[in-house]
Ligand binder design. Sequence first.
Ligand code: SF4
Length: 421
Amino acid sequence: MAYRIEDEQGQEYYLSLQGGTLTLSRESVANYTFDGEGRPHGAWIDGLTYRRALDNRVLVKWPGGPGQGRNRRFLDDNERRHLFARIFSDVRGIGEAILAPSARQPADFPMEVAQPWLQRVLSWDWSKLEAERERFYAVYKPVPIMPPDQYLAVVFQATEGCSYNRCTFCTFYRGRPFRIKTAAEFREHVQAVRSFLGRGLAMRRSIFLADADALIIRQKLLLEMLSYLNQQVAILSPNLTRAERLQFKRKQKSWFNGIYAFITASDVLRKSAADYSDLATLGLRRVYIGLESGHDPLLRWLRKPNDASTVVKAVQRLHSGRIPVGLVLMTGVGGDRFASGHVQDSVAILAKMPLTKQDIVYFSPFVPDEGSEYVAEAVVLGVHPLSRADMLVQETIMRRQLRQAGVQAQFSRYDIREFVY
Ligand code: SF4
């Protein structure tokens, strides 16, 4: 619900209390969002969009020129300090204006919620926000990547790292030995995350079981972990009627629409359809697989742990266990050398999968990491990168050919540079 407030001079402000966040805006000049603890979450100022991570880094985004997409970078310390100073100073002014006795508020303005929330916002300052970094890293290992529909998830790290960790293009978990937490460690981690997020949990809508390979955990332990999550938080059942869903959401302070996780295609095949069905009963709603390409020579060059046909088997297995999939395809990977095989075989392999409207195919423009083996090996093999425009052409061709082939899945863009947790 958004409330319009006017001050004595007729200046307009908006206050919204939706989705577990407090949003304040001043005419069309600035807009700020805070979590339930009052920590800044996002801001829009003079055409720039800012997103604060839980470790107090800030990503700023702004529109590029025609056909160039968005620009983005992380702010340096000085810029962050200035940004937070501006936000708190502006919020102090907005707060004074909208809570003043002379302000014109709507009759149903929720003063009893808005006032303490604003006080919580103003209890933060630069040094308290900076101290959040230490609190964050006492609870979490860095969270480098998530699927784009999970950016508002709460992350619980049941494992650390990737059990494979050898794809040439991926540096997300390098230097992080793979390990599976014990049931006791996981319970402790869940409690630590809840205490760190506090009232900020209410703005999160799903649960992401991290790191890269959490579903590799042997079934008995995984069921124990998911059962524990079900005892601790409210997970929405997909079988409720519309009225029951509304009632569920009204009753819960915070609720989640399900549990999600990454997995490799070969690891999917370690569990049976019945195992996945049991995980679905405990709230597992979708798993994400890095298909990357349907072109086997390219997959071998990328040193993926599986070929493309394994992904078809993995999707069949997951569907038999009532789990939809998110498949990530990297446009531009393999550069000019692999381009035609990449497009042709990716379309062919996706057309062989039993994808439905519950599944998602992500087109993720390839972002080479300069320190990766991929970049070094591309020089040796003479692989030249595709331009952003060429990647878009690949995406357009694949989308069209996939629809022509009758693929029903949803399609979505996935830019990994947009992510902060
Ligand atoms: S399996 Fe996934 S997380 Fe692991 S190295 Fe490959 S791309 Fe990275």
